[in-house]
Design a binder for this molecule. Structure first.
Ligand code: NAP
Length: 321
């Protein structure tokens, strides 16, 4: 590759959204590159089981990621393993700078950078991360085999991860700040039916305490009475939502107050030729199938945008699928 390579489309992020965009872009004959700093697949790699991707009854997250990757590879999608440091929109073309110093020029850019688990910001959370505090049951659950763990949160992630941990741990507590889950009815029913899981309703964790470098206790507070108590625990798994990885979103691109990028129904931002998809985009629900759908929509939309630009300049080299 030369110092400055020109593309029709640069995709930043290789989760289900980014890889789906890559598949559709290749089918549209767009000169496309996908940049991913870690292993392609994104957050899905961390899911133990995926049971709601249409057409596949049950599959591990890592295996589903592999299938997305293989599918994109089948179309010859170029994937660069590097970190993007800057996305700089321009009138003529957008510039994408990589950590190794290269700059890619592109007619359009799809941002598919996903999100990161939200932090509780309580005492002990940062200090004991990796020593009993975790944001990934599939990654760390094994270390708590036969031990007592606490899951914090009441959404799909908290319930799903509690069910996973229940197969390993001696006892799983779920501390939820109110008296009803946000999770889907099916996950709620599974949690209710699991006799190894005890739900602590109206309960928040105010501090994580350790001894000899490992988590030993948590301070709990009843949100109704305000009463505090300390309870012994070996591991704390925090699943209280998601914050968007929006560091690369250029200034001037509209975001909502939580930092998710606002797009139209074609995943286009208010900057021409710049799209945001998947967990980075403001939307009602965050699901693998929705990220994949966003990827499809953004790639088709980008193909139309590029074709129009090229037609205006007399250069027709891309074909819609
Ligand atoms: P979520 O749906 O936003 O739920 C976050 C949970 O954490 C809520 O119960 C919330 O309580 C609680 N919470 C938030 N801030 C808190 C704080 N400071 N202290 C204590 N509790 C706090 O997040 P998620 O479960 O990570 O899910 C994210 C998205 O991914 C959702 O759209 C979800 O449907 C999707 N997802 C889907 C699946 C699946 O379909 N299998 C699996 C995982 C995730 P409140 O309820 O009181 O607000």
């Amino acid at each position: 590759m030369s110092e400055t390579e020109h593309y029709d489309l640069v995709i930043v992020g290789g989760g289900p959204g980014g890889l789906s965009a890559g598949i559709y872009a290749m089918r549209a004959a767009l000169k496309t590159v996908l940049i991913e700093k870690a292993i392609p697949g994104g957050q899905v790699n961390l899911s133990d089981e995926v049971e709601n991707y249409p057409g596949i009854k049950n599959i591990s997250g890592a295996e589903l990621s592999m299938k997305f990757n293989e599918h994109a590879d089948n179309y010859g999608l170029e994937i660069i393993s590097d970190e993007v440091t800057v996305v700089d929109p321009g009138l003529d073309h957008h510039s994408v700078t990589l950590a190794d110093g290269r700059t890619l020029k592109s007619h359009s850019v799809i941002l598919a950078t996903g999100g990161t688990p939200r932090k509780l910001n309580i005492a002990g959370e940062d200090e004991y991360y990796g020593k009993g505090v975790s944001y990934c049951a599939v990654c760390d659950g094994f270390f708590f085999k036969g031990k007592d763990v606490m899951v914090i949160g009441g959404g799909d992630s908290a319930c799903e991860e509690a069910l996973y941990l229940s197969k390993l741990a001696n006892k799983v507590y779920i501390a939820h700040r109110r008296d009803a889950f946000r999770a889907s009815r099916m996950l709620q029913q599974r949690v209710e039916a699991d006799c190894n899981i005890e739900v602590l309703w109206n309960t928040i964790v105010t501090e994580i305490k350790a001894a000899d470098g490992a988590v030993r206790h948590v301070m709990l507070q009843d949100t109704q009475s305000g009463q505090q108590r300390e309870t012994p625990i070996d591991g704390v798994f925090i699943f209280i939502g998601f914050v968007p990885n929006n560091q690369l979103v250029p200034a001037g691109v509209r975001k909502n107050p939580e930092g998710f990028v606002i797009t139209d129904d074609r995943c286009a931002t208010n900057t021409q030729g710049l799209y945001a998809i998947g967990d980075l985009r403001e939307k009602y629900a965050r699901q693998i199938v929705l990220s994949a759908a966003d990827g499809c929509m953004a790639a088709l939309s980008a193909a139309h945008y590029i074709e129009t630009r090229k037609a205006k300049s007399g250069d027709r080299t891309c074909t819609l699928p």
